[in-house]
Design a protein around this ligand. Sequence first.
Ligand code: SAH
Ligand code: SF4
Length: 380
Amino acid sequence: MSAVNLLDLDLDALAAWCGEFGEKRYRAVQLFRWIHQKGESEFARMSDLAKSLRDKLSGLAVVRPLTLLSEQASADGTIKWLFDVGGGNAVETVFIPEADRGTLCVSSQAGCAVGCRFCSTGHQGFSRNLSTGEIIGQLWYAEHHLRQRLKLATGERVISNVVMMGMGEPLQNYHALVPALRMMLDDHGYGLSRRRVTVSTSGMVRMIDRLSVDCPVALAVSLHAPTDALRDQLVPLNRKHPLDALMQACHDYLASAPRDFITFEYCMLDGVNDSADQARELVALVSGLRGSPRVSCKFNLIPFNPFPASGLTCSPRDRVLAFAKVLQDAGIVTTVRKTRGEDIDAACGQLAGEVQDRTRAQLRLTRPVIRIEAASSVAP
Ligand code: SAH
Ligand code: SF4
């Protein structure tokens, strides 16, 4: 029987597992705190655990961290790690320090099956879902490694925010994602506020509904287009889950957590989705959201980060600002995302890791995208 990786278990699952060999829940809490709060992976060093429990554990379980392949640091302080997840696959994790917070951008899959037109991960195709342990293992590594490096006192934390915006579509890996989110929020784990843990999705409608019940963290929805015709081309998932279903899911998400808002991400693509008319269409699209869009949503405009083979370019700065102004004039809080870690290819959409593609996504993506090219050719 292979040893259980305790990074795969949230606190309830760990308590149930410990219960199987007669250990009480408070023992599981102690163990969980050693692993996630202190970053300890050796049972022998968990000094206040009963010796009998430590002995049992060493036969049955391990704390198996990810294998680090490389680390790159950007001139702006951003750090990118590449982790080996076996089978020729590797995923990336990015730490973004700011004056008032430390944000970790976490991957959920090796590759991504959605295949968005403008995304480097999507161009690689899909290999496999990460396990819960591989998702939380990114936070485990980053938090404890940085604490040591910065020589922080016990109890001081480096990472205050997690965004599920690395490689992969988190809601296509729902069963592994939810326990990892619970560990992030758990006071015996990382103790992050649910408003500081964000799941970003390209629009998995039914899973948005489930998330609002199972683990209502902050939600970001990658919109990128105001109409189905354009979104079908940019985010292929839209053909299955069109905009009216997506907006209904957003509406319902807000109904279940009334004081929250949804962040709409919108990647600014030159001549494709960045005209003032398209901004006005967006205002109309979100006007049906619960409450008023002034309080229920925000827009985050992401300047497109180019990568070889995308065939797309970023909107010029003045067009991004004009687009933002249309939204702001309608009363919607709109920010333009600052690009971080560009010099180490760590910016949004540039995470490529290494993926042994087991899908036919590459073929899908090499077909010409007629509508985008037509739109580009009439751009000012
Ligand atoms: N799969 C999820 C989360 C990962 S992508 C999603 O799509 O939401 C995180 C964000 O980066 C998304 O908003 C995505 O649209 C955006 N993104 C992808 N490629 C990009 C690129 N090349 N430039 C800028 N943003 C990009
Ligand atoms: Fe997947 Fe998100 Fe990239 Fe689309 S933008 S291909 S959903 S990772």
